[in-house]
Design a protein. Structure first.
Length: 173
């Protein structure tokens, strides 16, 4: 029996994803089992990604939570990927990070603008941590993602966004 369980985070990152992840990861912590979190996602809700990242960060002192991009880890999925204890991609996967898209048109309410400014501050803090996790200085990292940074597994490995190409022989069935 392996001491590492698998969690699949698939589809849109949303409130349901947070609930699913929290339930799964808390059970693994209670069982003292490590996790391999496979991510196959186009991205989704920024706040939901932040909740998952907070859970990961909080429980990584008790268990290893390795992240593996499976097929695609775009936007919020790539953000989550970057917070793994060890970060991997399968051979034919792709990741994508992009700059914040919180430019608020002038016809929005002041409250909406305030919310977007708050999200921008959160986004900046998360992106600073992603840059640090990858060994980059923040401003260089932000300029490198420009209008979007798309990487295959070899490029991501070369740039330090992941720790390796996923080897299925690491898993026991």
């Amino acid at each position: 029996m392996s001491n590492t369980a698998r969690i699949l985070l698939s589809g849109e990152i949303c409130e349901e994803s947070v609930t699913y992840f929290m339930t799964e990861i808390r059970e693994l912590v209670a069982l003292d089992m490590n996790a391999n979190l496979f991510i196959h996602s186009n991205g989704g809700d920024f706040d939901a990604a932040c909740a998952i990242i907070d859970e990961m960060e909080g429980f990584k002192k008790y268990i290893d939570i390795n992240t593996i991009a499976l097929g695609k880890a775009y936007s919020a999925g790539a953000m989550i990927l970057s917070f793994g204890t060890k970060r991997y991609m399968t051979k034919n996967s792709a990741i994508m990070l992009h700059p914040s898209s919180y430019e608020v048109p002038h016809d929005y309410h002041a409250m909406q603008k305030s919310l977007m400014e708050f999200h921008e501050q959160q986004y900046t803090a998360i992106m600073k941590q992603i840059a640090k996790n990858s060994g980059y200085e923040y401003n260089n990292f932000i300029s490198s993602i420009g209008h979007g940074l798309w990487l295959n597994s070899k490029q991501a490995l070369k740039l330090g966004f992941i720790d390796g190409i996923w080897d299925y022989q690491k898993e026991t069935l």
